[in-house]
Design a protein around this ligand. Structure first.
Ligand code: GDP
Ligand code: MG
Length: 453
């Protein structure tokens, strides 16, 4: 469902990924691409406009963190804005009132109301251990009540017995009576829908609302109808007190824009996504996870967060300067080790960088852990400043002194020296490629990895 949107947005990000400095002209160009991607994916115009307006000042004039690319930085900014538009926090069903909790499920015909009613009941019963009664108020479509009864029977959920000829208001009174006797926690009312919004349906819903006094009125909307789903939600909202939205057919190949616009246009939170026909295909809606999914870049987002939180910018600058000059002294390496420890070791850093999954596997296989970094730190700390700057002077007796001072042994010291030599060569290659060169590499040279073990 969201793949479409993801593909489009990714190509917009590809533009930002190529640039190295951000100015207003470039920001405008990139944002125009993002705007186009959103509109083509059926995101409402008002929502798209607002998103671009809110993102722009954050991009222009934003100091790009040294260790990420402008593209990565922008993904993070757009991600935050998307999450906000989707509703920021997940919203739970309103279940905290005195039972029975009354839930009215409404929507157009074929949107998935009956199926979703059963899924909700199943979820409440199975996950939240609630006692649930389902009631069909759809007396218009032949066999509609039977459809819910069958779903109930198949999944061990109670349904109100069907009495032929009863009208929706009478049925709802009977259901309320029944739960007051059985002490059920939740009663869910499935309603009739029309193929389009009409006066009669709205009048009936209004009556049902005042009779039942629901704690939740949930609109079930078919996400495949795109922009229409949003318009429909707005129309329902004018008649009844809509409190939640469930989007169905997320498993279909719709454009995904409806999900993005719903909360922003109606103010009503999406609480679940229905992702298939089966009883358990109902997902809690988490705005941040969906934003990540849409951008397809969750890992980049957490990388930027971690970098921003943990790394000391000045230290990073120093390291970069040293590397640019092609000098990779033990002092530089010491700083690097310390920064690495902060973000969860080497594999912690690498696992979050796009395009280096290969290296991550190598590193996991090589079993490099924190203790190695600690030992290396101790060895470097036992060196004099001259030795750190110019490791060539470290001969046999110096090695012995360093090993003793760091509580390691000569073979460890040798390994570190050899590793330093290999890394110097690697860094020199990388500094020619500039920032991001790591992503272009095939992997860590095997001899370097072996030496680390
Ligand atoms: P209602 O008229 O609003 O009550 O809609 P139904 O619940 O009867 O659903 C209409 C059709 O859509 C049924 O065949 C369902 O199995 C199907 N359906 C409902 N929700 C989903 C969903 O999330 N994904 C898919 N693929 N099909 C769904
Ligand atoms: Mg139905």
């Amino acid at each position: 469902m969201f793949e479409n949107l993801t593909d489009k947005i990714e190509s917009a990000f590809a533009f930002f990924n190529k640039i190295t400095r951000l100015d207003e002209k470039q920001a405008d160009e990139g944002l125009r691409k993002i705007r186009q991607a959103l509109l083509e994916s059926d995101v409402a115009l008002s929502v798209t406009k607002k998103l671009i307006e809110d993102v722009k000042p954050k991009i222009v004039g934003q100091e790009v963190l040294k260790s990420v690319t402008p593209g990565q930085m922008i993904i993070k900014i757009v991600n935050d804005e998307l999450t906000r538009i989707l509703g920021s926090e997940k919203s739970d069903l309103n279940l905290s009132n005195v039972p029975p909790i009354k839930i009215l499920v409404i929507g157009l015909q074929g949107s998935g109301k009956t199926t979703t009613t059963a899924k909700l009941a199943y979820y409440l019963q199975k996950k939240l251990s609630k006692k649930v009664l389902m009631t069909s108020l759809d007396v218009y479509r032949p066999a509609a009540q039977k459809q819910l009864e069958i779903l109930g029977n198949d999944n061990q959920i109670k349904t109100l017995p069907i009495i032929e000829g009863q009208m929706p208001l009478e049925i709802s009174k009977r259901a309320l009576n029944a739960v007051s006797l059985t002490g059920d926690d939740v009663v869910i009312f499935d309603t009739a829908g029309r193929t389009q919004i009409d006066q009669q349906m709205m009048i009936e819903l209004k009556q049902l609302e005042s009779e039942i006094q629901p704690h939740e009125i949930i609109l079930v909307a078919d996400s495949l109808t795109g922009q229409d789903a949003v318009n429909i939600a707005q129309e329902f909202q004018q008649t009844v007190n809509l409190s939640s939205i469930i989007l169905t057919r997320i498993d279909g190949d719709g454009k995904g824009g409806a999900a993005l616009s719903m909360k922003a246009v109606t103010g009503c939170p999406i609480k679940f996504l229905a992702t298939g026909e089966k009883i358990n295909e109902l997902e809690t809606f988490y705005p941040d996870r969906i934003a990540n999914r849409i951008l397809g870049m969750g890992d980049v987002v957490s990388l930027v967060e971690k970098v921003a939180e943990n790394l000391e910018q000045e230290k990073i600058n120093e390291i970069e300067e040293d590397l640019k000059k092609g000098s990779f002294t033990f002092n530089t390496y010491l700083q690097q080790i310390r920064q690495m420890k902060k973000v969860g070791g080497m594999s912690g850093v690498l696992s979050m960088m796009p395009g280096v999954s290969k290296m991550k596997k190598q590193i996991d296989d090589a079993n490099l852990d924190e203790s190695l970094l600690k030992k290396q730190e101790a060895i470097i700390l036992s060196m004099t400043h001259d030795e750190r700057d110019n490791p060539k002077i470290i001969g046999g007796s110096r090695k012995k002194r360093i090993a003793n001072g760091s509580g390691t042994d000569i073979s460890m010291v040798n390994k570190l020296l050899k590793q330093h030599k290999m890394m110097t060569t690697m860094m020199k290659k990388m500094s020619k490629g500039g920032r991001g060169a790591l992503q272009g590499m095939d992997g860590i040279p095997p001899d370097l990895l072996n030496n680390l073990k």
